[in-house]
Design a protein around this ligand. Structure first.
Ligand code: UD1
Length: 430
């Protein structure tokens, strides 16, 4: 199993190209199930989760053609991928495939809308607390579907003439359930109004792509989205938006190690709240042409309290990384997690590097230390593992991160990107 060896202490200087967003690419790829035409996506990151979803979509009958990777070309490492689902070959998404990645559960929306039925295994994914599917069931039921749980699977069936537009307000904000409702309602009969919708940029990206495919959607990016169903959708060409989580992660790395890095191919407006927190911690973050410039001062980090919230609040996917940054602050900070109940698995690993963190319910109290020391640590989930990498970059000596397959799910060319900015990071394949 691969490990990553980091020798900390170097400042980061240079340019880091930001990839297309994993969390946008996944629902966009799934949207290809809605049409018999070709959906072409540009800027698709080369990640284990993307490859996994390609396998799942292949099982449903999607033909996939990948254009050559433009490796080490400045601005983007990502690829253009063509998805064509002439006919749906199978409306079942089996346990072996869905259990590896929660987002693959989302195929339930387009399969149900296009084929009138779907049998989808209950999902797996990162072990960050129970992640139920009640909101998906309620939402699709509101569109007239019959939803039944049977032997670890959800059997979904649309009414005879297809799904029926309806008004439905989510009791809780869910990114995935909003994606699924958008896709399902696009092919429903009549108008759907989704209340308390997720406002994440990835939802807006999916809506824009669906609109390019002929869907009639308004209000994406606000908490009320209106979808007027159409009988069919066509193909389109769409560019996946930049990864705001990758952007924030590298910005926090620079804030922690010190240095001067331009994050190219990204957009500061995708992560206002996180940028504000990084600035308050003492780094300079500014919009420059085609990206963001971050200047970090390493050992002069100020403590900042954050609370994770749905967009536009501080993203839960940057919580672990920000906690990593706070371990070196000059004082005490608090990090409160409100989205997932078990997203503190990085705490004990950060402690191995010398961090002083105490947990009380959903809040971590972090007492900044002047130095972290390298140690062997273990990646536990996707975002937690990258927090260990950035803490390792700021620690003295060697940090060895094991179980890095978590990182490969979400960070494209991580070692290369960091090494080109002066970090000592290498992958060891045993
Ligand atoms: C997406 C992101 C993930 C991010 C999360 C929150 C992708 C591929 N993943 O995950 O990186 O951390 O948004 O920003 O885009 N919930 C229910 N019932 C449901 C569905 C969700 O109670 O039926 C709960 C979840 O347990 C969680 C909260 O709602 O507590 C938010 O989850 P959700 O927004 O659905 O996360 P994902 O879409 O799975």
């Amino acid at each position: 199993m691969d490990r990553i060896r980091i020798v900390g202490g170097n400042a980061l200087n240079g340019i880091i190209p930001i990839s297309g967003a994993k969390n946008a690419a996944l629902p966009l790829m799934i949207a290809s199930l809605l049409t018999s035409d070709t959906l072409t996506l540009e800027n698709v990151p080369h990640l284990a989760d993307v490859e996994g979803l390609i396998r799942i979509l292949g099982n449903h009958g999607v033909d996939i053609a990948v254009n050559g990777r433009r490796e080490h070309q400045d601005g983007s490492y990502s690829r253009t991928v063509h998805f064509t689902c002439r006919t749906v070959a199978d409306t079942t998404a089996p346990y072996e495939l869905v259990s590896k990645m929660r987002a693959s559960f989302w195929v339930i929306g387009p399969l149900l809308a296009r084929e009138g039925q779907a049998r989808v295994s209950l999902p797996g994914g990162c072990a960050i607390g129970t992640r139920p599917v009640d909101l998906f069931i309620e939402g699709l039921t509101a569109l007239g579907a019959e939803m039944e749980i049977d032997g670890g699977y959800i059997n979904a069936k649309a009414p005879k003439g297809g799904l029926i537009g309806a008004r439905y307000t989510f009791p809780k904000v869910s990114v995935g359930a909003t994606h699924v409702m958008l896709m399902a309602a696009s092919l429903a009969n009549g108008t759907t109004v989704i209340g308390n919708a997720a406002r994440e940029p990835e939802v807006v990206d999916l809506a824009n792509c669906l609109i390019a495919m002929g869907a009639k959607i308004s209000g994406a990016g606000t908490s009320t989205i209106t979808i007027e169903g159409v009988p069919s959708l066509s193909g389109a060409r769409h560019r996946v938006l930049p990864d705001r989580i990758e952007t924030g992660t590298y910005a926090m790395a620079v804030a922690m190690t010190g240095g001067d890095v331009t994050l190219s191919g990204t957009d500061i407006t995708l992560l206002d709240t996180a940028v504000e927190a990084i600035r308050r911690a003492g780094a300079e973050v500014s919009a420059v042409e085609g990206g963001i410039r971050v200047i970090g001062h390493g050992d002069q980090i100020r403590p900042v309290d954050i609370v994770t919230e749905p967009f536009p609040g501080f993203p839960t996917d940057l919580q672990a990384q920000f906690m990593g940054l706070m371990t070196r602050a000059n004082g005490i900070s608090h990090v409160t997690e409100t989205i997932f109940e078990n997203r503190f698995m990085h705490v004990q690993e950060l402690a191995r590097l010398g961090a002083k963190i105490t947990l009380s319910g959903q809040t971590a109290r972090i007492e900044g230390v002047t130095r972290l020391r390298g140690a062997p640590v273990m990646a536990t989930d996707l975002r937690a593992s990258v927090s260990l990498v950035i803490a390792g970059l700021a620690a003295e000596g060697e940090t060895m991160v094991s179980r890095v397959y978590h990182l490969d799910r979400g960070f494209e060319w991580l070692e290369e990107k960091l090494t080109r900015c002066g970090a000592i990071v290498e992958r060891i394949s045993d």
